[in-house]
Ligand binder design. Structure first.
Ligand code: MIG
Length: 801
């Protein structure tokens, strides 16, 4: 541990805990489990000898290994090399997606398997080739190798191939050229670009190359290394330290890949609408009075606020599920007061339970055998905020149920969201791995296992415990969970934030690639601590970070203990006015964000998307990581440099509107855009629809393209709960001089009372008819009664920049 980190640790945890961390590290080493004389070399599997047909695939057997291949759908195939422990299906919600007819064949040196969409060539030596219907090869795996319980294989990479994903990474958007570790980890209070691993790894990548796109998900939670062209430029080496070598391979364009992947691992459920608003947090607001003052500050300064987060100091001595009654004498009264102002309360919950015989959660958990144990049967103890702690074993269904019950009292007090921290899991140590020793035992649903297998699953399963409890305990509200750690499937339960990122321009820039990478890993809801967690951002850095975060799914201001205050008014003007403007813009965007959230729940599409989402066949878009799409209508280009008052933006093929001025631009083009401190370059794609909350009510902004058709949708419901909803899908096209808009309505929610308010960009309507009846037009807007077809006459507006 370097000195800087050590000092930071002491600042955060205090000297006493820092000293105890020496003992914790020493005990951890004792139980870490030395490598038992591993065979020195990797050896390839011996040739496969026989194929045994299965209804949806085949099994291949050899003298020391077996390969099972099953199609889950024509474009989704699962390959499993054994021996090795099979994964418990924690990530998986469906075993099969569609019926598939598989054709099997034999060749001189192996076999072939084919569905309607793709073909696999399995060579006797274990090499596997993936082809599309036209015979183009899009993935090649060399024969896998074993060493003790470990598996590894090499995947060929094409020269132009780009790789994305791997969960949360402080790496470039294109992950190629580096080695990544799969072992969830707290980087220790502060991290910057290049830090690896972070809190939430997901063993999947999405590949783009000239022959198409595919996604591979390795369903194996053991520690792994993903060497994506670092040691060998034209190959990826994937190594798992244990378990069977299992992968799901999906073929198709990116939107299809995410749809399929989330059909397998679960879709992100629709969040309550308030969660898409603004969250204010700090480590910590230490008393009810302080929380009231923060809420008052937002009100007095005209700043919209949707949630306040309570960090660890609300607890009684950091005992999870308790409240310090001296500082929060009546939590439910405080929460009611905040609710009255439209502010929800989110509280932090850590998994470590203070080892304190005077504390009910500890006593009861010990009595009922809820905590993780060492191989000798003693309770494993690790060091966290409360001092020595024990840890629930979330791989045990009874533990999950027991843990979940503890959320009840908070729900009764009115808490509307929970923030799960330290669940990598993290335990302080003076050196080495800040987590449980690998030999700690876990139930693994009764079959038994140890921390080597359970580590990466710990966060996922903590969230599962809470999610299942919330669904059980409050049937009329949607759960809101925020987690630091997770694994494949975490999108079913929780949002995430990017953890303790440093306060630097480089970290702001990194945030874009990190959030984009999470989205491409199936996790659509994430965002950074605005301004960075661990430092003191300048006013300018704070503003630029605030502007960028206003377009990210999770929009939260948060900062570490000991840092200067960071509520928007602290910086004075012009920061306050700029923050206000972007908070109000966020509120205006809520109908759009909420529609995107619904889309994510239906299809797994992330809210924040890389530019190549528009056209994955355009290599010019493959590495853009200083801009992103919000949905498919907005292109957001945050300012990422100190002092910059303009920046270059790459506009992909198509027509674009400057959001602020409605000036039109044609892509592809690299344009220089003015970006004074109060502006963030923002463009709307022509042919899209933007539902925005305006003073007159929700307004559907149609950005009309002079040549092309357009489409978009608008989702509405009560904002929480599980009642009726309505989706309006709009499609429009030119018919000579007139614009014809067609609406398809789905869902049971009644039509909007005042009808639909439409505002046109790039088109001035002169006359309009809704289902044949005339509708008055005012400037570029009109209010139409619920319609199926709206026909407009008018003229296109050209306003080139
Ligand atoms: O080790 O709860 O990432 O957001 O404020 C620090 C205190 C523990 C780490 C989280 C951070 C939170 C802090 N926590």
């Amino acid at each position: 541990m370097d000195l800087r980190k050590a000092l930071l640790a002491i600042r955060f945890v205090g000297l006493r805990t820092a000293l105890r961390a020496v003992r914790a590290a020493w005990e951890r080493d004792r139980w870490e489990g030395r490598e038992v004389s591993e065979p020195a070399a990797w050896s390839p599997v011996k040739p496969l000898q026989r194929m045994i047909p299965l209804p949806d695939g085949a099994r291949f057997t050899g003298p020391d290994a077996e390969l099972e291949i099953r199609f889950l759908a024509p474009d989704v195939v699962r390959l499993t090399w054994t021996p090795g422990v099979l994964p418990l299906p924690y990530a998986i919600v469906r075993e099969r997606l569609e019926e598939v007819r598989v054709a099997r064949g034999e060749q001189a040196d192996g076999w072939t398997l084919e569905s309607e969409a793709l073909g696999l060539e399995v060579r006797a030596d274990g090499r596997i080739c993936f082809r599309d219907g036209a015979g183009r090869i899009w993935r090649v795996e060399d024969p896998p190798e074993r060493r003790g319980e470990a598996w590894r294989h090499r995947v060929r990479l094409r020269p132009e191939e780009r790789l994305y994903g791997l969960g949360e990474r402080a790496a470039p958007l294109n992950r190629r050229g580096r080695i990544y570790r799969m072992w969830n980890r707290d980087p220790g209070g502060s991290y910057g670009p290049g830090a690896d691993p972070l809190y939430l790894g997901i063993p999947l990548w999405l590949s783009l190359h000239a022959e198409g796109a595919y996604l591979v998900f390795y369903e194996n939670p053991f520690e792994a290394s993903f060497d994506l062209g670092a040691s060998e430029p034209d190959a990826a080496w994937v190594t798992f330290t244990g378990g069977a070598l299992r992968e799901y391979v999906f073929y198709g364009p990116p939107s299809r890949l995410l749809e399929r992947y989330t059909a397998l691992t679960g879709r992100p459920p629709l969040p309550p609408r308030w969660a898409l608003g603004f969250h204010q947090s700090r480590w910590s607001y230490e008393s009810a009075e302080e929380v009231r003052a923060v809420a008052r500050g937002f009100r007095d300064h005209g700043l919209p606020l949707h949630a306040i987060h309570l960090d660890i100091d609300y607890m009684d001595g950091y005992r999870v599920f308790t409240v310090d009654r001296r500082r929060f004498p009546d939590l439910s009264e405080l929460i009611r007061e905040l609710e009255g102002q439209g502010i929800r309360t989110v509280v932090i919950v850590d998994p470590g339970v203070k080892a304190d015989p005077g504390y009910a959660v500890y006593r009861e958990g010990v009595a009922r055998g809820m905590f993780c144990r060492l191989p000798d049967g003693r309770l494993y103890r690790g060091l966290v905020w409360p001092g020595w702690c024990v840890f629930p074993d979330f791989t045990d269904p009874e533990v999950r149920a027991w843990w979940g019950e503890h959320y009840r009292a908070f729900l009764e007090a009115g808490v509307t969201g929970f923030w799960h921290d330290m669940n990598e899991p993290t335990a302080f140590v003076a050196w080495g791995e800040p987590t449980f020793p690998r030999r700690v035992r876990h139930a693994m649903e009764g079959r038994g296992g140890d921390h080597r297998e359970a580590h990466n699953l710990y966060g996922l399963l903590m969230n599962r415990a809470a999610w299942e409890a919330l669904r059980r305990l409050q049937s009329d509200r949607r759960p809101f969970l925020l987690t630091r750690s997770g694994w494949a499937g975490i999108q079913r339960y929780a949002w995430t934030w990017t953890g303790d990122v440093e306060s630097s321009w480089a970290a702001l820039r990194q945030t874009l690639a990190t959030v984009l990478g999470l989205g491409l890993s199936g996790v659509p809801y994430s965002g950074p601590d605005i301004g960075g967690f661990s430092g003191a951002p300048s006013a300018e850095l704070f503003v630029r970070w605030f502007q960028a975060a206003a377009f990210m799914p999770f929009f939260r201001n948060h900062a570490a203990k000991g840092t200067p205050r960071r509520e928007p008014w602290v910086f004075g003007e012009p920061v306050l006015s700029i923050a206000r403007a972007f908070l109000r813009l966020r509120v205006r965007l809520l109908p759009y964000l909420y529609t995107l959230a619904w889309e994510a729940a239906q299809t797994g599409a992330p809210l924040v998307r890389p530019l190549f989402w528009l056209n994955e066949q355009d290599p010019a878009l493959w590495e853009i990581e200083d801009a992103f799409l919000l949905g498919s209508a907005l292109l957001v280009a945050p300012v990422l440099e100190a002092g910059a008052r303009a920046r270059e933006v790459f506009l992909p093929t198509g027509e674009w509107y400057d959001f602020w001025s409605d000036a039109q631009r044609a892509g592809p083009a690299r344009v220089l855009v003015e970006a004074p401190l109060d502006r963030l370059p923002l463009f709307v794609r022509a042919g899209s629809l933007l539902p925005l909350a305006e003073p007159e009510g929700v307004t559907l902004h149609l950005y009309v393209s002079s040549k092309e058709e357009g489409e978009g949708m608008f989702y509405e419901d009560a904002g929480d709960g599980f009642g009726p909803c309505r989706v309006d899908r709009f499609e429009w096209r030119w018919e000579g001089e007139s614009l014809r808009i067609h609406r398809i309505r789905e869902g049971e929610l009644s039509e909007p009372e005042g009808g639909f308010r439409l505002e046109f960009h790039g088109f001035t309507p002169a006359r309009a008819w809704a289902d044949g009846r005339p509708v008055p037009v005012e400037g570029s807007t009109l209010v139409a009664p619920p319609f199926t077809e709206l026909i407009l006459e008018g003229r296109p507006v050209r306003s080139p920049a």
